[in-house]
Design a protein around this ligand. Structure first.
Ligand SMILES: N[C@@H](CCC(=O)N[C@@H](CS)C(=O)NCC(=O)O)C(=O)O
Length: 207
């Protein structure tokens, strides 16, 4: 990146969801970013200007970046949260992709417009899909001493901590209530002074 001190602008709706891990990472990295929250009324006018017509979008100086996982991975590298070799980066990616699986599989059901189809799909989601992924995630966190990878804090912990409220909503449960190691991973991030300060000043989200 050529610019020495680029301006950061994060565009998203006034919700936590996919942007909160990015906000957490920017707060952790002590990056003074513009937290641009687009209203649902303004979104149709802005949609066509965004890559893939979706958000989150993070402007870094003259660069327009998108895809929340790629952004988290990049910021993780910038802030020393991405491991120190290809194998370590791979272990973090496996954890991040598993968290992402939980989100995509539950979001498809949550956003199903037909109420009766939705409830039918929730039966399988709640009885099979979520328990399988959650068990795997908890085992990964147990093997990594209360973190998602490498036995220490990485950007995958930030991903989980930033997404957890949204995941709980999509999955209709407190996912970490009975998962002490996942709870530890979330707490390791939310107890950081920078994240506490962010949470204290963050605007009240719409959901
Ligand atoms: N693959 C993208 C997905 C982004 C995405 O699904 N964004 C949604 C909000 S969570 C969105 O912009 N929805 C509005 C629309 O599609 O009109 C990512 O991971 O960042």
């Amino acid at each position: 990146m050529a610019e020495s001190k680029p301006k950061y602008v994060l565009s998203y709706f006034n919700i936590k969801a996919l942007a909160e891990p990015i906000r957490f990472l920017l707060a952790y990295g002590n990056i003074d970013f513009e937290d641009r929250r687009i209203s649902r009324e303004d979104w149709p006018k802005i949609k066509a200007t965004m890559p893939n017509a979706q958000m989150p979008v993070l402007q870094i100086g003259s660069k327009t970046t998108f895809q929340h996982l790629a952004i988290c991975r990049y910021l993780g590298k910038q802030f020393g949260l991405a491991g120190s070799n290809d194998w370590e980066a791979f272990e973090i990616d496996m954890a991040a992709d598993t968290i992402s699986d939980l989100r995509t599989k539950s979001a498809i059901v949550f956003y199903e417009p037909n109420e009766s189809i939705k409830e039918t799909k929730y039966v399988q989601l709640l009885s099979e899909v979520i328990p399988t992924i959650l068990k795997n995630l908890e085992e990964m966190a147990a093997a990594n001493k209360g973190h998602m990878a490498l036995g220490k804090m990485t950007w995958a912990d930030f991903l989980l901590a930033g997404l957890i409220e949204y995941l709980n909503l999509l999955c209709r449960q407190d996912l970490i209530a009975n998962c002490p190691n996942l709870k530890a991973a979330v707490n390791s991030v939310t107890s950081l002074p920078a994240i506490k300060a962010w949470n204290a000043k963050a605007p009240k989200p719409d959901m």
